[in-house]
Design a protein around this ligand. Structure first.
Ligand code: AMP
Length: 580
């Protein structure tokens, strides 16, 4: 009863109304979701986008890429699953327990909305109205008010539209279409190379703008805009040094692998006609922004970095500067263990004494832009030479050590030295490699850590024992089936390693993000969003677990707020660790 009946699925609705009707967007999304074929998806998307006027094209391209606002825009919706559920309950009048059961069965609140809302009057929403409501939602303070705004939007929607409004608000349409596919469709329409669309999307931080420029043959006009995050280049793990030799026979660069928070720094003079929605904070005539690996702005969490960055000599940044690096806890010339930094994370306010107790430094290891020049296509060596010429001064601003080697024999000693400096291990980088935003390639290799760890996502939480009997403190966790297959496979359960404060916080979060309750709420399946780094005694084969492996004696090392669940480890890594 909770699923589309076969005939419903076969007779998908045909578009009605004008091109800018939100219903057309929803129908195109339905059609795209219904086919597994990439080319067919692209063709449907292309046909839909062609019919739109520029302003609507701008919005639809963003929405299909899964974001209500462009990356260049500091607005975030900040609506959680609980608020959406409340709004759906208010709009549909359906009981909470029914909605929860439907969510467990369907796995997507958008699908639940389509099922429980009734067909009312004909569709009236337009893309521009959706945009207005989303903008209003950003301005709305307080959970209760937010729920009202969402409910009033859902009331104007047909069940099909509501399905996609909810998906849009959760930031993922889940129709098997990624930003890359939207770039592809735009390229096809404009008969341009997809690389040009990607480039303009990166420069402007707005796929909507890229779409409009492409349509008018004006991609050349796109200019680098600062203060939106550029996707981070990622590293692949290596197990043996011979993999390094075969990949980089002519030599390679070695840096310490710092154990902190990945961050991208933007610095530029404040301009008079700056967009009010720009990320970052102005300080003494200089604007500074920091972005996390998940592309969220984290400037407010590091006021003690804003000041030194704004205080850089103006010739260091010229018209603007973008650096990539790591924020680490740092005192008296020493990098402190990551745990020290954890005290500062996830807090609403940062008292002065905490800032003094846990000082931080930004360790720059790459440079992406400086004074009008986009540097990401320059080879690693050239970028490093430029980085070395910048006046980055301790204690708040540091530059990563980068050494060149031709022989992997030196790496054992280097690894130990990096550990002795308080760092996690080594990063090996290809000397000629460009900076590839958003790519996890083999140009950056992370050298295996001394202790085996896995990044996993929590799928279920259970009430603990003793003093933790009031908290959800025992966590079942999973890895991904593979890089391409997001299916989660449980590999263990851990209950030690976190502080009481962390357990309290997680417990509250899991209560608010429960999918299904068992044993009167003592055991719950939860939204798979919280990423943990765990260590363990060893990996063993297990018949009880679907993936075939279980971790023996797992312990939680830390909560990885910086890592999205898409980036957790895969079953392949678990399998490798299980080998003797
Ligand atoms: P992981 O998070 O284990 O996949 O390792 C990749 C992460 O290592 C990056 O996202 C960075 O946060 C971190 N990292 C630390 N030091 C470096 C470095 N020198 N170069 C690049 N990434 C680094």
């Amino acid at each position: 009863m909770l699923q589309d009946s076969p005939d419903q699925a076969a007779t998908r609705p045909e578009p009605v109304g004008e091109a800018n009707a939100f219903e057309r967007f929803a129908i195109a999304a339905e059609h795209i979701a219904a086919t597994p074929k990439r080319l067919t998806k692209a063709a449907i998307l292309g046909e839909y986008l062609t019919a739109l006027a520029d302003e609507d094209l701008r919005l639809a391209a963003r929405y299909f890429a899964g974001s209500p606002f462009p990356l260049s825009d500091q607005r975030v919706l900040n609506v959680g699953g609980a608020a959406l559920m409340n709004a759906l309950q208010a709009t549909s009048g359906v009981e909470r327990s029914f909605l929860q059961a439907a969510l467990v069965q369907q796995g997507d609140l958008g699908d639940v909305a389509r099922q429980v809302l009734s067909e009312g009057s004909s569709p009236t929403l337009r893309l521009a109205e959706v945009e207005k409501s989303l903008a209003m939602l950003v301005e709305t303070r307080g959970n209760k008010r937010k729920v009202e705004v969402i409910a009033s939007l859902l009331q104007q929607a047909t069940p099909l539209e509501a399905k996609y409004l909810i998906k849009l608000m959760t930031g993922d349409l889940r129709i098997g279409l990624r930003e890359g596919a939207v770039e592809d469709a735009i390229a096809r329409l404009a008969q341009e190379k997809v690389e040009r669309i990607q480039w303009v999307n990166m420069l402007t931080g707005d796929i909507g703008e890229a779409a409009v420029l492409a349509r008018h043959g004006q991609l050349d006009r796109a200019q680098m805009r600062l203060f939106h995050p550029i996707k981070f280049m990622l590293a692949s793990p290596v197990d043996t040094f011979t993999e390094i030799t075969s990949r980089m026979p002519a030599g390679f660069a070695v840096e310490d692998k710092y154990d902190g928070i990945r961050a991208q720094v933007h610095v530029a003079p404040v301009s008079d006609n700056a967009d009010p929605l720009l990320h970052g904070v102005p300080q003494a005539g200089v604007r500074v922004a920091l972005f996390s690996r998940t592309l969220d702005e984290i400037t407010p969490a590091f006021p003690d970095l804003v000041e030194p960055l704004a205080g850089l000599p103006p010739e260091t940044f010229g018209t603007g500067l973008i650096l990539d690096g790591e924020i680490v806890p740092y005192r008296d010339g020493q990098i402190l263990p990551f745990q020290a930094l954890q005290k500062r994370l996830g807090r609403k306010t940062l008292p002065e004494d905490l800032l003094r107790e846990v000082p931080v430094a930004f360790v720059a290891y790459d440079i992406l832009y400086r004074d009008g020049q986009v540097l990401i296509e320059e080879p690693y060596q050239a970028r490093q030479a430029l980085l070395a010429s910048l006046a980055l001064n301790p204690p708040a601003l540091l530059r990563a050590r980068s050494q060149q080697f031709t022989d992997v024999a030196a790496l054992d000693d280097e690894f130990q030295a990096a550990r002795d400096r308080g760092n996690e291990g080594l990063m090996v980088k290809h000397l000629q490699s460009p900076y590839k935003p958003g790519k996890r390639g083999k140009d950056w290799l992370k050298v295996k850590r001394a202790i085996a760890t896995l990044d996993v996502v929590v799928t279920a939480a259970e009430v603990g024992t003793g003093k933790r009997s009031r908290f959800l403190s025992d966590y079942t966790f999973a890895v991904r089936a593979s890089e391409d297959d997001p299916t989660l496979l449980n590999v263990g359960k851990a209950y030690s390693g976190l502080t009481d404060a962390e357990v309290t916080e997680l417990s509250n979060w899991f209560k608010a993000h429960t999918i299904e309750e068992f044993a009167h709420g003592r055991v719950r399946t939860v939204e798979p969003k919280v990423v943990l780094e765990v260590t363990f005694d060893r990996v063993q084969a297990s018949k009880r677990h679907k993936g075939g492996y279980a971790l023996r004696f797992p312990r939680i090392l830390r909560i990885r707020d910086d890592k999205p669940p898409e980036d957790i480890d895969t079953l392949e890594t678990v399998r490798k660790l299980a080998e003797p």
